[in-house]
Each structure stands twice: as structure tokens, then as C-alpha cells.
Ligand binder design. Structure first.
Ligand code: 0O2
Ligand code: 0O2
Length: 277
């Protein structure tokens, strides 16, 4: 009993820094996406997920790959896993560039695997980066290994389904299912190529939407700010103007309104004076 409790504590102690690393890395990559979106710019990151490998999968993988239990931390590279999804294949390389620029700063790249240009026999396509990441723990700094997988939405759809079938059949996947999966991987790749063809059109539409929602956010914030500075009547008048045009498709009218409100805000004058210096 005591021995079993000890094992559980050992696993917990081993996995805690990985849990922290996954949380930190998720926050960092989500922040990149938010920054682009808030600036009405295109984000190569669509969404981010992360997980710590399950104890049962760690044990199974260590047996499969002949990793000694004492060497798990040095030799198992994906106990901490981050997955970054992109809309288009080109975005994957933009994300790779962003991560490379951080090499030697908050993370260290150990090596990279390009399964986009060299897809696996299964049909699997993703870009993998193995990194070293320092975590500050109650017991001091721990440097852990983590795997970042970067893929498109279509590749993610395929890989998620294929992974669950692999889990079911292990090494004994029936030949006809294997063939179908390979064919659907090709269909996913064709979908990515098609989307790439109309990439600019899609991005333009998305940016337009993002820009409009950012302007509306700024108008609402500014009217609230006007109210809090005591200019109730002016704020009410702007609110009426806003209600009139908010459902129209007239982005220029929204921008003009925002500028008129900004002119009434003393803080904005302060900012514009600063930027003129
Ligand atoms: P937001 O505002 O939706 O971006 P978590 O701990 O929840 O942050 P976890 O557990 O690693 O993350 O992964 P989870 O819960 O599977 O999904 C993480 C984020 O990815 C969630 O958003 C999901 O909404 C988002 N997500 C999952 N699948 C898709 C998808 O197919 N398309 C899109 N666009 N997003 C998806 P957040 O981070 O909670 O917040
Ligand atoms: P999880 O947590 O279940 O996703 P190995 O895993 O030993 O074959 P290696 O060198 O450790 O090989 O890593 P590799 O093959 O570069 O990438 C490992 C991870 O990539 C896998 O983790 C999967 O998440 C993903 N992956 C690789 N090949 C495929 C594939 O053919 N189909 C799918 N769906 N995913 C793949 P694990 O180990 O499966 O763990």
C-alpha cells in the first residue's frame, strides 16, 4: 500500500512541471493569436490545444521504444504536447518562423521534423518541433522536453480520426481501412490546396469582419468612457447615432463615428499629442 502511494507521488512529481509547461505554452501561443486579432491583422494561428501524456500512454510508449523508466524524461520527447492549428498550409511555416525567432529566448529548439514535405506512410502530415523549456518549480528550475505539432485544420481532422482508429486496431488495422485512410489523407491534402488557391479572398473577408468588430468594440468602450467622464448628453447622442448605423454594412460610417467620439475624449488627445512628438 505504502509502496503504491509512493509510486503515485513519484508520477505526480514527475508530471507536475510538464503540466505547468503545457499551461504556459498554451497561454503564450494563444497570446500571439490575440495580438494579431486585436490589431485587425491576420493570425497564422487559428487555435491551440495542449495535453500532458497519460501515464498509461507513457508506460506503453516506453515499453514500445525500449526506454528505461529512469531515462523517460531524457528520451520521451512528447510527455508535454502542444498542438497549433492553422487555416492554411503556408501558415504552418509562419508559425515555425515565429518559434525559431524565440530559439534561445524562452525556449530552445532541439530538432524539427517536417512531415508536411515528407509525409508518413500513413498519410500523416504535420510539422513537429521538439523543444527544451525551462519551468520554475517549488524545487527550483526544471528543463523539460516538449513537442509542438503544427498542422492545418484539415490535417487535424484527419489525424484525430486516424489516431482513434489506430488506438482501436493497434498494429492490426485491416488493409481496406488503411487504404481508405490513405485516400482520405489525400482528400484532406487536396482540400488544403483548394483553400490555398482562394486564401487571399478568405483572409480579406475574415479581416473585414475582424476590423468591423474591433471598431464596434472601440465605439462601445469610448461611449462608456465619455459617460464616466460626466459627458452624459454627448454620450447619449453618440449612442443614438451608433444604434442607427450598427446594423448597416457601412464600415466607413462606423469609423467616422469612432473618430468623432475620440475627439470628445480628453485621453485620446493626450495620446495623439504623444505620438506627434
Ligand atoms: P477560445 O476563446 O475558444 O479560443 P484549454 O485548457 O481549454 O484552453 P485544451 O484543454 O488544451 O485547452 O484543449 P481544448 O479544450 O480541446 O480546446 C482548446 C481551445 O481550442 C478551445 O478554445 C477550443 O474552443 C478551441 N478549439 C477546439 N477545437 C476547435 C476547432 O475545431 N476550431 C476552433 N476554431 N477552435 C477549436 P479556448 O482556448 O478555450 O478559447
Ligand atoms: P499521442 O499522445 O497519443 O498523440 P513514435 O511515436 O515512436 O512512432 P516518435 O519519433 O516519438 O515516433 O514521434 P513522431 O512519429 O515524430 O510523432 C509522434 C506523435 O506524432 C504521435 O504521438 C502522434 O501524435 C503524431 N503522429 C505521428 N504519426 C502519426 C500518424 O500516422 N497518425 C496520427 N494520427 N498521428 C501521428 P503518439 O506517440 O501517438 O502519442
Amino acid at each position: 500500500m505504502g509502496c503504491a502511494m509512493n509510486r503515485i507521488r513519484q508520477w505526480k512529481k514527475l508530471l507536475l512541471p510538464y503540466e505547468q509547461a503545457v499551461e504556459e505554452l498554451k497561454v503564450k501561443f494563444k497570446a500571439i493569436r490575440k495580438e494579431y486579432r486585436d490589431m485587425s491583422e491576420y493570425s497564422p494561428i487559428e487555435f491551440v490545444t495542449g495535453r500532458v501524456k497519460k501515464i498509461s500512454s507513457i508506460i506503453e510508449k516506453s515499453h514500445r521504444n525500449g526506454i528505461n523508466e529512469e531515462r523517460i524524461e531524457e528520451e520521451m520527447e512528447d510527455i508535454a504536447g502542444i498542438r497549433i492549428m492553422c487555416q492554411f498550409q503556408d501558415d504552418i511555416y509562419s508559425v515555425v518562423k515565429i518559434i525559431r525567432e524565440r530559439d534561445g529566448r524562452d525556449l530552445q529548439i532541439v530538432y524539427e521534423k517536417d512531415y508536411i514535405h515528407n509525409k508518413k506512410d500513413s498519410g500523416y502530415k504535420s510539422y513537429h518541433m521538439i523543444i527544451k523549456y525551462p519551468v520554475q518549480t517549488a524545487y527550483g528550475e526544471r528543463e523539460i522536453l516538449a513537442e509542438i505539432q503544427i498542422r492545418t485544420l484539415a490535417m487535424n481532422f484527419w489525424a484525430t480520426i486516424e489516431h482513434s482508429l489506430n488506438y482501436k486496431y493497434k498494429e492490426k488495422m485491416p488493409e481496406n481501412i488503411k487504404l481508405r485512410l490513405r485516400a482520405s489523407a489525400e482528400a484532406a491534402a487536396r482540400l488544403d490546396d483548394e483553400m490555398c488557391e482562394i486564401r487571399n479572398e478568405i483572409i480579406k473577408a475574415q479581416l473585414l469582419f475582424e476590423e468591423k468588430s474591433n471598431i464596434i468594440r472601440d465605439i462601445v468602450d469610448s461611449i462608456r468612457m465619455l459617460q464616466s467622464t460626466g459627458k452624459q448628453d454627448v454620450a447619449m447622442a453618440f449612442q443614438d447615432d451608433f444604434d442607427e448605423i450598427v446594423n448597416s454594412n457601412d464600415q466607413e460610417a462606423l469609423e467616422r463615428l469612432l473618430n468623432r467620439i475620440k475627439d470628445e475624449l480628453p485621453t485620446y488627445q493626450l495620446f495623439s499629442n504623444d505620438s506627434n512628438k
